[in-house]
Design a binder for this molecule. Structure first.
Ligand SMILES: C[S@@+](CC[C@H](N)C(=O)[O-])C[C@H]1O[C@@H](n2cnc3c(N)ncnc32)[C@H](O)[C@@H]1O
Length: 387
């Protein structure tokens, strides 16, 4: 339970709740993550990696970015090898940008010279961390705000951005949606109340989507995601959008068995489902609806080119041969084993990031190209004995 007197953000939220008579959960989550002074993503803390709160694929191993770089090289070929822009939104510590730029500098130096890499980041403190991480690529990188970027030709990408957008929480009872509001308790903690919807945009959203949470179930609605996806489509003139995140198509996200939704909190590698404790110190996140992204993208001229599990995406881009090449560089069996275990995490279907993480590739004004990441696994060599 949050002791309000010890937590500045919690006492600010308590005052806002008092003044407004309760806050929709989405507003509470927005403040927890992005309050300009105390929000989780706005303060100076280690969030990602071993000494942070959670791992992302890009923090697991440089191979993740190295394989994405291979896909970028093919996209550049498809676009005629002219000026090539990469725009990455929500880059966290900048690991993915670093690994992509390192890989391109080493294996596609001509593309590297023609490339501009723009980072779009909401947290001022994260921008500083990214700048430090990317110091050696300073000539290639720049930063801008979400409303500023445009992409004439190239690829827009994000890894675990959309799951960090604040969500509305809803429940359906007696055929009616109700929304979760956050209220104050006399003992200084927060509590939930089910109330009428804060906005008709929620019913409009489910009508638009064509799928909705079922009777008795709790679920999230990420209204920012389709809005963001349309914005991405409008900003791209010619090129690709690559979205990596954990989530499902709508039918699976709102399946009958998913009774309590997908909202999760992360603090020091412990996952829990209580967003009302340690506010501003935990990451709050919800799974992404990839059907909504595809539908919104189509409305803005983004054709879905490929959608699938992260393990398929990485395998098709040469995961196995890269793993073998890395292994061959070490003669120490313990080191090789540690490497295999680390990399296995990126593709493991159950406990790892392989299946729950999905990749969506969309294209605008690029036709229907055969992407490397779309290669069938049956066509790839599988020397998997040592894994
Ligand atoms: C989970 S982290 C992403 C991790 C990172 N991409 C990686 O691979 O390690 C989410 C990031 O998105 C940023 N973010 C959230 N909303 C954003 C927005 N609207 N525009 C730009 N960045 C945003 C957060 O500040 C944070 O850096």
């Amino acid at each position: 339970m949050t002791n309000i007197s010890d937590n500045r953000l919690a006492s600010l939220l308590q005052k806002q709740i008092e003044a407004a008579g309760g806050l929709p959960f989405v507003t509470f989550m927005e403040q927890c993550l992005y309050h300009p002074q105390y929000g989780y993503y706005m303060t100076n803390r280690q969030r990602i990696g071993k000494t942070g709160d959670f791992f992302t694929s890009s923090s697991v191993h440089a191979l993740f970015g190295g394989l994405i770089a291979r896909q970028l090289v093919q996209m550049d070929e498809l676009l005629g090898e002219e000026a090539f822009q990469v725009v990455e939104q929500g880059a966290g510590e900048g690991h993915l940008a670093l690994d992509i730029l390192d890989a391109l500098a080493a294996s596609a130096p001509q593309l590297y010279q023609r490339l501009s890499y723009t980072l779009v980041e909401r947290g001022p403190e994260s921008r500083q961390r990214q700048a430090a991480t990317l110091e050696k690529h300073a000539a290639r990188v720049s930063w801008c705000d979400e409303q500023e970027w445009t992409l004439e030709q190239g690829c827009y990408l994000s890894n675990e951005l959309v799951d960090a957008f604040p969500v509305h929480l809803l429940e359906k009872h007696d055929g009616q949606f109700q929304e979760v509001f956050v209220a104050n308790q006399p003992d200084g903690s927060f509590t939930e109340e089910l109330r009428d919807l804060s906005t008709p945009a929620l019913t409009d959203y489910f009508e638009w989507l064509g799928t909705a949470p079922l009777e008795g179930n709790r679920a999230e609605a990420n209204l920012i995601a389709p809005h963001w996806m349309r914005g991405v489509g409008e900003r791209i003139q010619k090129g690709f959008a690559l979205t990596i995140d954990y989530g499902y198509p709508s039918e699976e996200l709102y399946a009958p068995y998913r009774r309590t939704g997908t909202l999760m909190c992360y603090h020091r590698h412990q996952a829990d489902d209580n967003p009302y404790d340690k506010v501003g110190e935990k990451d709050l996140t919800a799974h992404v609806d990839f059907t909504a992204l595809q539908k919104a993208g189509e409305e803005a001229g983004l054709k879905s080119l490929w959608f699938g599990e992260q393990y398929r995406f990485l395998m098709s881009l040469g995961f196995v041969e890269e793993l073998m090449a890395l292994e061959a560089k070490t003669s120490d069996e313990q080191e090789a084993r540690a490497l295999r275990l680390t990399l296995k995490n990126l593709i493991m279907p159950d406990a790892g990031m392989g299946e729950i993480f999905k990749v969506l590739v969309q294209g605008k004004n690029v036709g229907q190209p055969e992407l490397l990441c779309a290669r069938s696994l049956q066509d790839l060599p599988f020397p998997m004995g040592g894994m």
